[in-house]
Design a protein around this ligand. Sequence first.
Ligand code: SAM
Length: 372
Amino acid sequence: MSDLEKIIREIIAGEGPIPLESFMNYALAHPAHGYYMTRDPLGAAGDFTTAPEISQIFGELIGLWSAQLWTAMGAPNPLRLIELGPGRGVLMQDFLRAARVVAPFFDALDLHMVETSPVLAGAQRKRLENDGVPVAWHRSLETVPEGPAIVVANEFFDALPVRHYVKTPAGWCERLVGLDAHGHFAFTASPIPEDSIRGKAEEGCILEIGAVAQRIARALAERLANQGGAALIIDYGHLETGLGETLQALKGHAFADPLRDPGAADVTAHVDFAALARAARAGGVQTFGPVPQGEFLLRLGVVERTEALMRKASPRQSAELEAALVRLVSTQSEVELTAGKISGMGGLFKVLALVQHGLPQPAGFAEEPTPE
Ligand SMILES: C[S@@+](CC[C@H](N)C(=O)[O-])C[C@H]1O[C@@H](n2cnc3c(N)ncnc32)[C@H](O)[C@@H]1O
């Protein structure tokens, strides 16, 4: 039994079953044993791969998107460039390479990385040390200095803990994690019904709420409304708030039991984009999207950039570039290429922009801002 499992068992033995949100928080962020605190989980040797790890073009296009937005903001200098959950720093390295092309934008950049993992913060420091921009690290958004900002968050919101509520014969109850008769972690429901949840639902239905994500989205929006700027949020998730749960764990690129061996697997939930956008609008910004990642990248010129790189590439590199393009934009869950099968991220992943009122529609979004 791992040290973290022992710690959580002791807490449950002393206090009784704990909310799923607390269980996830221990599993992901316990200061000594939490999943993100102890390892670099990304890449082929880790548990999952993200878009910036698949293609350099992803970060480059976000860099150019930001340069255009900065011009629309009136070219503030300094600009706080904030990344939430920056992983190994790959997106930012690609971002900065592209940003160099727009020299006044590059010169205005004051970079702030918001990261809780000491392991990943170390990897980011190493990767960015010679990139020529001032950079600081923070454990939360609150300590980033004031000022106009552009914020980027790729696969950050899915890494935050969620709450579950379950419809029981007694009414809606919070879903807790306790111990079953064999001493294994198991779901149970709080004995006190949650009166504030209304609406018809069958017994056993689950309502998933990303309360931490909504709190952060609102704080982010308040900052952008007061000090200016925009945020680009990219993640996997759904467009409408609805009943059902999406809790999942990934270990070695395969699904695992979310309650098994806390701290050893990545435990995540799909992002409820509708709820995130509502929280942001309540915080005082306009929201654009969400649009599917594939559409967003196609509008930003992912094909043209791939073709440009292919002109200078070897046949093997060209095949890799093509596979990366398909993976980023395809909406199909399985695509057959000569290199093997690939699952497309272009539909499941979505892009949402939070934009200070008064700024125009950012690149990549086809439609008007979402009405209040
Ligand atoms: C799924 S990874 C995504 C990494 C990176 N953005 C990418 O696309 O490769 C989640 C990232 O968020 C960080 N993270 C998780 N919870 C966090 C929190 N509460 N505050 C700041 N960073 C957090 C993790 O350490 C990691 O860097």
